[in-house]
Design a protein around this ligand. Structure first.
Ligand code: EPZ
Length: 418
């Protein structure tokens, strides 16, 4: 296992290219199951999670050929089982369920267990597919789903917003017989990106960007070429890097419109963000102020930015409160940040952060993808040296972290685990 060593205290200055979004690429890759034609995805980041998805699709019969930043997907479904060893590595594997059922009328997908940010059930995915005519049994740790005569349209009202369930049902409904309405659907930019690709493949979807999606099923989908949108979470993360180090960075290709409440919360904290034709300029001229945030579905403040924003608030003037409403166990970074001198008290779903003047380098441990980056941010701002272990979490969703940060002057290197 590798670690990352950072010597902090350097204001970052330079340009960071923002990669294609991981959480858009994952469902988009599963669209390869929806057609026998070739699907070409461009602006694809090189990430461990996308390699895992390619492995899953390959064992279903869909070859995923990389060429630079493009993936070309093609082939026929030869196997409808998503096995435990891949699903247990990556929960987004559940996204093959809807496409497999729609295409070959059966799917056997290992039940994803809980993970270190929460229990993360998949009941909304299953209820939605049942409403569309699937029969689902849970047996020996697997979801056994069949729809011998195919899926049909349904009127589905989600009791709460789920990104994954919206994506699974959107893909399934595209090939179902008749009209499907998804109400209280997720509105994340990644959903709109998925719908845009499905439309390019011949799907009939209305309501993009709203909480009601209407899908008139079609008999077949065809091949298409689609460019993946820039990663809004990577954008927000590096914006925090500029802010926490008192630097100035151009986030190349970043799109302000996709940031939702992250933009207003950063501005409220004193971060200057300017839109330009090349992307977003982010700088901190003066001090940071404490700002309260509550995580919510888009356009609210994303749970995937909570840990990074908390690191920023750790060195802001005054107190701030962070409330996590999406996942029940997403404060594992708190004790690690406190080891670096932060003053954070977490209780239940909320954490109070009392800003400190400075953090100090320490040996800390990454616990999940976004928590890992909160430690990187704290280390970039801290005095002295930090070593962050278990950085494989980081590699799941951030491309070329060391190169991007080093390009802005950071002292960062990957080392063998201590
Ligand atoms: C997506 O996960 C993202 N993953 C997550 O990204 C992100 O944190 C999350 O959405 C919320 O924005 C991908 O896009 C691949 P949900 P997903 O279904 O789809 C509960 C990252 O760091 N729920 O919107 O799994 C669930 O437990 C990550 O990149 C049910 O109860 O999230 C959670 O509390 C990790 N039943 C809430 O809903 C269900 O059937 C929202 O989850 C489905 C979800």
């Amino acid at each position: 296992m590798e670690s990352i060593r950072i010597t902090g205290g350097i204001p970052l200055a330079g340009t960071i290219p923002i990669s294609g979004a991981k959480n858009a690429a994952l469902p988009l890759m599963t669209c390869g199951l929806l057609t026998d034609d070739r699907l070409v995805l461009s602006n694809v980041a090189s990430l461990a999670d996308l390699a895992t998805m390619a492995q899953l699709l390959a064992q279903h019969g869909i070859a995923v050929e990389p060429s630079g930043r493009t993936l070309s997907l093609g082939g026929r479904i030869t196997n409808a089982t998503a096995p435990y060893d891949i699903v247990s590595k990556m929960r987004a594997s559940i996204l093959v369920l809807g496409p497999l059922l729609a295409r070959v009328h059966e799917a056997r997908v290992s039940l994803p267990g809980g993970c270190n940010i929460g229990t993360r059930p998949v009941d909304l995915h299953l209820k939605g597919l049942e409403a569309m005519g699937a029969t689902i049994k849970l047996e020996a740790g697997y979801i056994d789903a069949t729809a011998p005569t195919g899926l049909h349209g349904a009127n589905i009202v989600f009791p709460f917003v789920s990104v994954g369930a919206t994506e699974n049902l959107l893909m399934a409904a595209s090939l179902a017989d008749g009209l499907t309405t998804l109400k209280n659907a997720a509105r994340e930019p990644e959903i709109t990106d998925l719908a845009t690709c499905l439309i390019a493949m011949g799907a009939n979807i209305q309501g993009l960007g709203s909480d009601t999606l209407t899908i008139q099923g079609v008999k077949t989908l065809h091949g298409a070429t689609h460019a993946i949108l820039p990663d809004r979470i990577e954008t927000g993360t590096y914006a925090c890097a500029a802010a926490i180090t008192g630097g100035k960075i151009l986030l190349q290709n970043a799109r302000a419109a996709d940031l939702g409440a992250v933009l207003s919360s950063l501005r409220e904290a004193g971060v200057i963000i300017t839109d330009s034709p090349d992307g977003l300029w982010v700088e901190r001229a003066n001090g940071l102020h404490g700002v309260d945030i509550v995580t919510e579905p888009f356009p609210g403040f994303p749970t995937d930015m909570q840990a990074q924003f908390m690191a920023l608030m750790a060195v802001a003037e005054g107190a701030s409160m962070v409330t996590e409403t999406i996942f029940e166990n997403r404060f594992m970074h708190v004790p690690e940040l406190n080891r670096m001198g932060a003053r954070i008290n977490a209780h239940g779903a909320s954490a109070i952060i009392r800003g400190v003047k400075s953090l100090s380098g320490a040996q800390v441990m990454a616990t999940d993808l976004r928590a890992s980056f909160s430690l990187v941010l704290a280390a970039l701002a801290a005095s002295g040296e930090s070593v962050i272990s278990r950085v494989y979490h980081l590699d799941r969703g951030y491309e070329a972290v060391e190169a991007k940060l080093r390009g802005c002057g950071a002292h960062i290197e990957r080392i063998a685990a201590l």
